[in-house]
Design a protein around this ligand. Structure first.
Ligand code: SF4
Length: 439
């Protein structure tokens, strides 16, 4: 019998929209090709002179690949970072002319991702695909569980990119499922504002962190269970919500610190051309951050203040439809992250992992509420008809979330560098994390 795979409603409905897509998913990718597929492609393309020319222009030997690893060839992107195998409609010629079986694994699998935790197989989608983002972000029910079979996943072995072996009995691994469920359940507490849910998540992660420890460390099973039991009680949850509501709001100054850090990292050579950096440039276009390529401290501080003012313009409007759609999108983004980025494989402690999630939520909030498309309509939002308003909000959210996800996938070290600066400056305590949540 075919292996059962656990997935969610949003993935069950996914279908690539091809030439209708607002994105070219392979642009800027590193596409490796294994020997078997290279031979198959070579065989077909070599049948014609044009095909031979395309083959020579499109593939090069991947000299750094080990023979055992099998990824012996790479697709050579053109000067615009586009795949040379794409036709003028933006469609893949290999797919159109010879069918799916001729695609390299990366192209056949994207935007799917398989994870294996013990004997449970899980299928999620990359939100860097705008169609996956559209299906996932706005449905109250996106994460309803659905069972499918492995046969629905192309190239199943190559599609696995997280794997925790069935025989892993170390406590750190053993309780992964229950800790992840706990985080997922906190995010689902829709009677509470999303910011309170994030605070509860950060609070409990900080409590559990010293008990769960790191790989191979001792483990305090009884205390761990007590914390899990205590903080699933309604009374405790309400208490945490109230204490978060009672905190002084100093988020503007903390938001300024976060923005300052991001702008300085963005200015560093390693990240200048990253997708995330480009997204920040788009949002800050009118301030001229990227045109002038500013890097001195005084100028960056000035830009930070201008960005904060711009963010406040829309954040202070408190448009209920915008806030509701954004919070739903963020909740679904975070749930997807829990499943597609196992914290136990992240090389971070649980508290650091949650801190990283919160940094992402703050950045996403800033990027959406500062988006030029939305800001241009700020004064008209309250008078817009419901349909037009929802289209505008959803388009903006998809634009930001899919580019942000792409940026994180392509350059995970960008986020990690931001977080390390926070950690080095002792800005990752629960109090500091609360200010990030409030921003
Ligand atoms: S980004 Fe998604 S919908 Fe768009 S072409 Fe790629 S897989 Fe298809």
């Amino acid at each position: 019998m075919a292996q059962t795979v656990k997935t969610f409603k949003y993935m069950q409905n996914f279908q690539c929209v091809g030439s209708e897509c607002i994105n070219t998913c392979c642009r800027g990718w590193d596409i490796h090709v294994d020997k078997e597929h290279y031979k198959k492609i070579k065989g077909k393309l070599s049948e014609t002179a044009d095909g031979k020319d395309l083959l020579n222009r499109s593939f090069r030997k991947n000299r750094s690949a080990s023979k055992a690893g099998g990824k012996l060839y790479k697709i050579e992107m053109d000067e615009t970072a586009s795949c040379p195998l794409m036709d003028t409609q933006g469609l893949c010629r290999l797919h159109a002319d010879y069918g799916e079986s001729y695609l390299p694994n990366t192209c056949a699998i994207y935007p799917r991702q398989l994870s294996v935790y013990r004997d449970q197989w899980e299928l999620t989608g990359y939100l860097s695909c705008p169609e996956v983002a559209r299906l996932c972000l706005f449905d109250d029910d996106s994460f309803a569980l659905v069972d499918t079979t492995i046969d629905s996943v192309p190239r199943k072995q190559a599609a696995i990119n997280q794997n925790i072996a069935a025989n892993t009995l170390m406590p750190f691994y053993k309780h992964f499922g229950s800790v992840r469920d706990m985080m997922f359940n906190y995010l689902s507490l829709r009677d509470l504002p999303l910011r309170s849910r994030l605070f509860i998540l950060a609070f409990v992660a900080n409590k559990l962190d010293p008990l769960i420890g790191q790989k191979g460390s001792t483990y305090q099973e009884t205390e761990y269970q007590q914390i899990l039991d205590a903080y699933t009680q309604e009374q405790q949850i309400q208490k945490l919500h109230q204490s978060f509501q009672g905190l002084d709001d100093v988020s503007r100054s903390f938001g300024a610190q976060l923005l300052g850090v991001i702008l300085r990292i963005r200015a560093a050579a390693d990240f200048k051309t990253s997708t995330l950096s480009q997204l920040i440039c788009d949002i800050t276009e009118d301030i001229g951050l990227c045109d002038d390529d500013v890097s001195d401290d005084a100028a960056l501080d000035e830009i930070t203040q201008a960005l904060l003012d711009k963010y406040q313009l829309l954040a202070s409007v408190q448009d209920s439809e915008l806030n509701r759609r954004f919070d739903l999108a963020l909740e679904n983004y975070l749930k997807n992250f829990l499943y597609s980025n196992y914290y136990i494989l992240s090389k971070m402690s649980l508290a650091e992992y949650v801190h990283m999630l919160i940094l992402q939520t703050t950045m996403l909030r800033f990027l959406v509420y500062s988006h030029p498309q939305l800001l241009a309509k700020r004064d008209a939002l309250s008078d817009m008809n419901e349909t037009d308003k929802r289209v505008l909000i959803d388009q903006t959210i998809i634009d930001v979330f899919h580019k942000f996800s792409r940026g994180i996938n392509h350059a995970p070290e960008f986020m990690r560098t931001i977080q390390q600066i926070f950690i080095q400056n002792n800005l990752n305590s629960l109090a500091h994390t609360s200010y990030l949540i409030m921003f």
